[in-house]
Design a protein around this ligand. Structure first.
Ligand code: IPE
Ligand code: IPE
Ligand code: MG
Length: 246
């Protein structure tokens, strides 16, 4: 049954980031293989993208595969990559039709060549779309992203393109995979775990955190609205005092 909640349309978070966790446990609790959980999780992905787009979320970042997830069994990894391949082949045209701009962050070198090509095609095809920006974090690690940014800044300095004194937070952020994307306002993690797991370490500095016990395959449109409603009741102070009028 649909829960009738009215969200304050003026306070829709501009950027929602989600750690989509609990696919394996969802499957296990039903006596199914882990991959069945990932398959079901892909259905939640579709629902949440559609709903986010509809209510005017501007950026949605989905943690789909972490750098550390390469430690999983070969069979789980190939199952996940198979799902990703299928997703990229079957969904991008529809996303494009819905004016969604598609982007991927993370270390592409680790992905199979055909997947990298599918990602590039999808990014190019949707580059000029003006609706929801959908960002998949794939083979992504926050620390690795920060280290890569530091390395590139050092390289620019070696080449005399930048002075060390010119490096500030804005310059630094421009070297991250998320350059040009505003920081997340709301981070949602499903499955009851309350940790960041190397996700968007720099960008989450002032995000509101929301945890739910639901496993990702169970997370639906109403759960998203509930998380947003919860967000709307937070008092975001960014270090200032409430009602600061400077
Ligand atoms: C999240 O679900 C999906 C990925 C990390 C790829 P998990 O696979 O981590 O599921 P649990 O945490 O084992 O239940
Ligand atoms: C985080 O979930 C990564 C993704 C959801 C893609 P994990 O299941 O890998 O995180 P840990 O191992 O519980 O911290
Ligand atoms: Mg997990």
């Amino acid at each position: 049954m649909a829960i009738n909640i009215t969200v304050d349309n003026l306070k829709i978070p501009k950027h929602i980031a989600i750690i989509m966790d609990g696919n394996g446990r969802w499957a296990k609790s039903r006596g199914l293989p882990r991959i069945a959980g990932h398959r079901e999780g892909a259905k939640s992905v579709r629902k949440i993208i559609k709903k986010s787009s509809k209510i005017g979320v501007e950026y949605l970042t989905l943690y789909s595969f972490s750098i550390e997830n390469w430690k999983r069994s070969d069979s789980e990894i190939s199952g996940l990559m198979g799902l990703l391949r299928r997703y990229l082949k079957s969904e991008i045209v529809e996303l494009h039709g819905n004016n969604v701009r598609f982007k991927v962050i993370g270390v592409r070198d680790n992905l199979d060549n055909d997947i990298v090509r599918l990602i590039e095609d999808a990014e190019n095809m949707t580059e000029r779309n003006t609706g929801l920006t959908l960002i998949l974090a794939l083979s992504y690690g926050g620390r690795q992203e920060i280290v890569a940014a530091v390395r590139n800044i050092a390289k620019s300095a070696e080449l005399g393109l930048i002075k060390s004194a010119a490096v500030d937070a804005d310059v630094f952020a421009a070297y991250l995979d998320t350059a040009g994307i505003p920081d997340p306002d709301l981070l949602i993690r499903t499955s009851g775990e309350q940790r960041i797991s190397n996700f968007l370490l720099w960008q989450l500095a002032y995000a509101e955190l929301y945890f739910t016990n639901k496993f990702w395959p169970e997370f639906n449109e109403d759960d998203l609205i509930m998380a947003i409603e919860n967000f709307q009741n937070r008092d975001r102070r960014f270090g200032a005092t409430a009602n600061d009028s400077k």
